[in-house]
Design a protein around this ligand. Structure first.
Ligand code: ADP
Length: 320
């Protein structure tokens, strides 16, 4: 391996820049050249490829988003497009690519590997919904951002004796909701993996808490359940308690990454570079049981991940 490329794909996540920086500097340290590919697979097809030196990643570790940009590129699912992408890599002398993104992005990496370009994936998503790893780049920053926002909503909820439904991101997974629900001491935590769509339970809980003298009721709702605004209307009608919905949205994806995100992203970037330089391909990096590890992409995509039953039960008990 003489030259590697690095790209970010799918949704952006805080900490991606720390991973890019680590790839660039570790590769150069290993005696390998690095090219940055802008805007994911789309930028690869448009040949938006730039040389990267150590200084090009200076002053980026503390920045949110991704300095390389990211884009969705639906046509990358087509075989002829994948073959063309591999040819473009060869034309630019790129023998290996590190892809920072989620499951969709690994499918693209797999396709490049099939066409002769060595690839390694790094888990970058705030949703924590990648099965082969206990940690994904961006999750820690996102939950801290959401936690701080929920604290603020809670203050005004208490003052006005309101019920607040706060919707957090996470796509179909409830990790952000579970973590914030516990960390914010929410009265109800709704996660798609466990939700029974029985609003009467929530209503009963609000009435019960009112009787106990609680001045507010915080419901952390997951994006995967959604419908927070209509839920608020129904809950207000049923309980008589003023109920507001706040959808936190994209603010959770932005901002300066936490120390944890910067550290793990740096280690994963370096680890991915090392295994790529060793000649490994079609692998994805993970963090499991306190160690950095790597899996075959197909094996990783077939793994299943679930919310811990223990964590869920504890979250319920602590919220009462
Ligand atoms: P994530 O990587 O966060 O899961 P997406 O699912 O949007 O995000 O995937 C990001 C990009 O990866 C897509 O825009 C597309 O270019 C590429 N991709 C997704 N699925 C496939 C696939 N089945 N084959 C090849 N490329 C894919």
């Amino acid at each position: 391996i003489k030259t590697i490329g690095v790209l970010t794909s799918g949704g952006d996540a805080p900490g991606m820049n720390a991973a890019i920086r680590a790839v660039v500097r570790k590769a150069i340290g290993n005696g390998v050249k690095v090219k940055g590919i802008k805007k994911g697979y789309q930028g690869l097809l448009y040949e938006e490829i730039v040389d990267m030196e150590r200084k090009d990643v200076s002053d980026t570790i503390q920045k949110g988003g991704t300095i390389l940009g990211t884009a969705r590129c639906p046509e990358f699912k087509q075989e002829e497009v994948q073959i063309r992408a591999a040819e473009i890599c060869r034309k630019h002398g790129i023998d290996g690519i590190i892809v920072i993104g989620g499951d969709g992005s690994y499918r693209g990496a797999q396709a490049l590997a099939r066409n002769g370009v060595n690839t390694i994936g790094i888990p970058g998503t705030i949703d924590l919904d990648i099965a082969c790893t206990d940690y994904t780049i961006g999750f820690d920053t996102a939950v801290n951002t959401a936690m701080e926002a929920i604290d603020k909503v809670r203050d005004t909820s208490s003052s006005h004796e309101r019920c607040s439904i706060i919707e957090v991101m996470g796509r179909n997974a409830g990790y952000i909701a579970l973590w914030c629900g516990v960390a914010n001491g929410a009265e109800d935590i709704l996660i798609p993996e466990k939700y029974d769509f029985n609003e009467q339970n929530i209503i009963n809980n609000i009435i019960y808490n009112r009787k106990k003298g609680k001045t507010h009721h915080i419901i952390v709702n997951a994006e995967g359940i959604g419908h927070s605004t209509s839920m608020a209307r129904r809950i207000e009608a049923a309980t008589g308690m003023e109920t507001r919905a706040t959808i936190l949205g994209y603010m959770q994806r932005g901002g300066s990454p936490t120390c944890k995100d910067r550290f793990y992203a740096s280690m994963m970037g370096a680890y991915a570079t090392d295994i790529l330089c060793e000649g490994k391909s079609n692998r994805v990096v993970g963090y499991k049981n306190g160690e950095f590890v790597d899996f075959d992409i197909e094996e990783a995509l077939n793994m299943q991940k679930a919310i811990s039953e223990y964590e869920y039960i504890v979250s319920k008990m602590l919220s009462q």
